[in-house]
Design a protein around this ligand. Structure first.
Ligand SMILES: C[S@@+](CC[C@H](N)C(=O)[O-])C[C@H]1O[C@@H](n2cnc3c(N)ncnc32)[C@H](O)[C@@H]1O
Length: 197
């Protein structure tokens, strides 16, 4: 997107006005409005959380009784109400850290993971799907029965395979491109409700 187009971008402006760190916040809000992914009091894990737009929304939805943790390989400025750790999700100690923070299994896992894009779509796509499998392994260890999840999926050669893999783990799944996503973007979001465990 050209800088001049970005300036005009409605959600980017709105995020700035409403104090969200990214326009992505509105993707989570839109998906939540359709599927009620995060409830009041939920314990929520946000994988790939920088700069923190989804984490901010998760804190609002989970409320005072909830608990929110964000994980990213990049530094994230503190977010009131959330615990942030700077880690690679493929690091084996991450799951332990997650469970020790929450102290029990959790209600929701949200993943907006993207690799550093190279511009080569098939490379970026396979890296993104591979991040999702890593996230799903963490999810399998931390999500409680009937819990919910949300995954971003770069649409391409391996997206159906990932969708089939994740779909079997939940009572209900939905694939959707939110209106907030840019037209030229090939990302989809998979909302997963009712973890079978
Ligand atoms: C699109 S951004 C997330 C935006 C975020 N949902 C928001 O609303 O602000 C994707 C994030 O995935 C993170 N990421 C990519 N690979 C990762 C890894 N192996 N471990 C942890 N985070 C990773 C990136 O650093 C990047 O910040």
């Amino acid at each position: 997107m050209k800088l001049i187009d970005a300036r005009k971008d409605h959600y980017r402006k709105l995020a700035h006005e409403e104090g969200y760190r990214s326009r992505s916040s509105y993707k989570l809000k839109e998906l939540h409005k359709s599927y009620r992914i995060i409830g009041a009091g939920h314990y929520v894990l946000d994988l790939g959380c920088a700069p923190g737009g989804w984490t901010q929304v998760a804190v609002q939805l989970a409320g005072n009784q909830g608990k929110v943790m964000g994980v990213d390989i990049s530094y994230v400025e503190e977010i009131p109400g959330a615990h942030i750790i700077k880690s690679d999700i493929s690091d084996i100690s991450v799951t332990e850290e997650i469970l020790s923070f929450f102290g029990r299994k959790i209600n929701t896992v949200i993943c907006d993971l993207s690799p550093q894009v190279s511009g080569n779509w098939s490379v970026d796509h396979s890296k993104q799907i591979s991040l999702n499998y890593t996230a799903a392994k963490i999810m399998d260890q931390v999500l409680e029965k009937n819990g919910n999840a949300l995954f971003k999926i770069f649409d391409g050669e391996y997206s159906n395979e990932f969708y089939d893999y994740i779909r079997k783990k939940f009572a209900k799944t939905k694939l959707k491109k939110p209106k907030v996503s840019r037209k030229q973007s090939s990302e989809l979001y998979c909302t997963c409700l009712g973890y079978r465990n």
